[in-house]
Design a protein around this ligand. Structure first.
Ligand SMILES: Cc1ncc(COP(=O)(O)O)c(C=O)c1O
Length: 351
């Protein structure tokens, strides 16, 4: 389209032009060789500080990379310029991968919904992730992985991308139990429609804007409410409530991400029912009124695994203190991560 600039566009073009004029002194460096570029990349990482990313896998390279300066992906990968990629995250704690199979299953469900076929069968993906974690020598942190339609061109359709790509990275981090409560707000950023909310794809702009909105208002994060007025989820976490009748209630997962941690919590929480501390554990539609009137409230997600919420839209939840049942549920999840059954924790043999 030519000559379609509005007068205001022309004005902004003129301003840009003036800036270009003024910036003639600024010369963009042209790297004369790849070794000069590699040297430059190493400057960033060779500062003597501990490296936060001990290992990466790339199917484009066909192996594991230990040099953080080389942990790059191609700019013509359709995940980069079109958002055609899915991802997932599993926790590494005490040298064990927590819930890897649940995360891998969700990852492949997301890939199927995004019409991305994996370059490897599930067993190979799993083996790569375990070998990557072993090579990283990291015993505490996160393992993040992506499937993308792959590199090929800059068009919209991925039909010109010969093979899909698989990337994964190990990130060193402290994983600990949260004992302090946080403040949340109701998000004003529109939430994703069910197809996109239930697919863990890389288009997290609404999620990013939602957490930024919360931070701007002095809160930790936000809560999405769906079009029907029911509680949905947080920007990268699920949410759970304990009623004054001692019922643990989580919103249905049909319009939000099916959280692996929330699902595990639903399996573990009946122990508190057996002990007579909780009356019931269930999923349901939860209205804003019911949610705000709950006795206790919490975020649930892999990296937390559970975070008490004590204040919502400047009003206290229950008595405004961290709830006893919230911490009992947090202990259940934490014990499961630290010493739970082998079916949920995979021991990594470090080379
Ligand atoms: C939008 C969203 N909801 C919920 C979750 C929690 O899921 P999980 O417990 O598997 O980390 C996540 C994190 O993956 C998320 O991104």
């Amino acid at each position: 389209m030519e000559n379609c600039n509005s007068p205001s566009d022309q004005k902004s073009d003129a301003v840009t032009g003036a800036e270009v004029e003024r910036d003639t002194e600024f010369r963009v460096h042209v790297f004369s060789s790849s070794s000069e570029l590699v040297e430059k990349l190493h400057e960033k990482w060779d500062s003597g500080k501990e490296k936060p990313y001990p290992a990466m896998y790339s199917s484009v390279f066909g192996g594991i990379i230990l040099d953080p300066a080389m942990m790059v992906i191609p700019i013509d990968d359709h995940m980069v310029h079109r958002g055609h990629g899915v991802f997932d995250t599993s926790i590494i704690l005490n040298g064990y991968l927590y819930e890897l199979d649940a995360h891998l299953d969700r990852f492949l469900r997301s890939a199927a919904k995004a019409k991305i076929s994996s370059p490897f069968p599930r067993s190979t993906l799993r083996s790569i992730l375990v070998q990557l974690t072993a090579a990283s020598r990291c015993t505490e942190g996160t393992l993040r992985f992506w499937l993308t339609s792959g590199p090929g061109n800059f068009l919209l359709s991925p039909s010109g991308c010969p093979t899909s790509a698989f990337y994964a990275v190990v990130i060193k981090d402290k994983i600990y139990q949260h004992r302090e409560g946080v403040k949340v707000i109701t998000s004003t950023i529109p939430m994703k429609s069910p197809l996109f909310a239930t697919t863990k794809n890389v288009n997290y702009l609404p999620n990013v804007l939602s957490v930024m909105e919360a931070e701007e208002k002095g809160a930790f994060a936000s809560i999405w409410v769906d079009e029907e007025g029911y509680i949905a989820e947080g920007p990268n976490v699920n949410v759970a409530f304990i009623t004054h009748d001692k019922e643990l209630i989580l919103p249905f997962f049909d319009k939000i991400l099916s959280g692996c941690t929330a699902k595990r919590l639903l399996e573990l929480a009946p122990k508190l029912v057996e002990q007579g501390r909780l009356k019931d554990v269930r999923t349901a539609n939860v209205t804003v009124e019911e949610a705000k009137g709950s006795a206790e409230m919490m975020y649930v997600g892999s990296t937390l695994p559970l975070l008490p919420i004590v204040m919502w839209d400047e009003k206290p939840i229950g008595d405004g203190l961290v709830g006893e049942l919230t911490m009992a549920l947090s202990d259940l999840l934490w014990d499961d991560m630290v010493a739970g059954p082998k079916t949920h924790r995979l021991l990594v043999t470090y080379a």
